[in-house]
Design a protein around this ligand. Structure first.
Ligand SMILES: [Ca+2]
Ligand SMILES: [Ca+2]
Ligand SMILES: [Ca+2]
Ligand SMILES: [Ca+2]
Length: 392
């Protein structure tokens, strides 16, 4: 890249930042970016059901939604892709000008008020949408419709991964706790619980999927199944093995009452009475074992996943599209670790300072509290709370 180009990039970025401020001050000016000549029109439409459909437009416009466009190819500094951001108008429309050809990610986010009780009390929920787009044509106005969905009611509420206090390296009492933070019954049918890859991936923020190593799935049909309800404010515990682990190590957890257990039919593990969340990848001969130091867990609707690349050790990675992801949580003993999970799913890290075999867990500050930043959303609990919260 020439010095001149670099200057153009930086100026373009500044211009876009200023134009965003101007927009907020009601002076509408299109943001510009890099030295291309393409114009992109993005229409932000709400599919969460929280906004009214405008009959003349034919969709539910999301006004004042912040739209962020990030280049996959152009960087203003190492590790800092060129990014522009603007706010949608009353028709949910935002236009970006002077774009170079190439791939971009679009992410849109907005907080919306919702009535949470019969008394009419208001709360806010976040709706969001992410998509990947490729600007191929010179000087055409491309209309891209970004469909927002409500951030999930079902979230990963607690992860216990570090193992109990013991000197025999026993860690088979790990568990993942889910929680329904909404006021409606939701369904676990077909949901997948995944373990992300344990390797930094430089382009993770500019692709429209997350890479995972394990996929375990609830029984039932994804999205439409109604056989496995999770009631409002209910906790659901998925044990690595749903047994009383204190029979082996006295500090380990009794998970014989867990609601579910991870079960891998592709190796000879005992199928305990608890129903199974089952491994669906035949090549994976491991139970749902989580890293005791740094890892991430992803919950998705299970509608779509497919094989991705094979790593240098011959392990097959799988891709789970971002649009199917309900929640994801990354944790690390070191709060300054390099992120493994895209900021589109989790902008932070839970679990700072949790040592292996310390018997601690990470749990949401309040049940279901989720801003997609685990540094803020999670606390360290001195002892795991399977099926309840540290708050009560
Ligand atoms: Ca198991
Ligand atoms: Ca079982
Ligand atoms: Ca989340
Ligand atoms: Ca808990």
């Amino acid at each position: 890249m020439s010095k001149h180009n670099r200057l153009v990039f930086v100026l373009a970025f500044l211009t876009s930042t200023i134009s965003l401020i101007q927009m907020n001050g009601c002076i509408r000016k299109e943001p510009t970016q890099v030295d291309g000549s393409n114009v992109l029109k993005i229409v932000v439409a709400d599919h969460s059901g929280l906004s009214m459909v405008n009959q003349s437009l034919g969709y539910a416009p999301v006004s004042d939604a912040r739209v962020t466009l990030q280049s996959k190819y152009y960087y203003q500094a190492p590790d800092q892709p060129v990014t522009v951001s603007a706010v949608a108008d009353s028709n949910g429309v935002v236009k970006f000008g002077n774009l170079a050809l190439g791939e971009y990610t679009v992410s849109v986010k907005k907080e919306m008020p919702v009535v949470v009780s019969e008394s009419g009390a208001l709360d806010t929920v976040t709706v969001q949408g992410n998509q990947l787009l490729n600007i191929m044509n010179v000087q055409t106005i491309d209309t891209v419709k970004t469909e927002l969905v409500r951030a999930s009611d079902i979230v990963i509420n607690e992860i216990y991964y570090c193992g109990p206090k013991n000197s025999t390296r026993y860690y088979y009492d790990q568990f993942v706790e889910l929680y329904n933070s909404g006021d409606s019954t939701r369904y676990l049918d077909g949901l997948i619980v995944c373990k992300g890859i344990e390797k930094y991936k430089p382009n993770m923020d500019s692709v429209d999927y997350v890479q995972v190593l394990y996929i375990y799935q609830f029984p039932g049909v994804p999205k439409t199944g109604r056989d496995y309800p999770i009631f409002p404010h209910q906790f659901v515990v998925i044990a690595q093995d749903a047994i009383d682990h204190s029979q082996f190590v006295n500090t380990a957890l009794d998970l014989s009452n867990a609601d579910w257990e991870f079960y891998n039919p592709y190796y000879s593990e005992i199928d305990n009475p608890a129903p199974n969340v089952t491994n669906v990848i035949p090549d994976n001969s491991l139970d749902f074992t989580m890293s005791m130091k740094h890892g991430d867990v992803i919950l998705a609707d299970g509608k779509e996943f497919y094989p991705g690349e094979v790593n240098e050790y011959g392990m097959q990675y799988y891709h789970v599209p971002l649009k199917t992801v309900l929640d994801g949580v990354e944790y690390s003993i070191n709060p300054n670790s390099q992120k493994l999970l895209t900021m589109h799913v989790d902008a932070g890290l839970a679990g700072g300072g949790i040592n292996r075999y310390s018997g601690k867990s990470v749990e949401r500050r309040r049940p279901g509290f989720d801003t997609n930043n685990s540094s803020l959303d999670f606390i360290v609990s001195d002892h795991p709370t399977p099926g309840y919260s540290h708050e009560y």
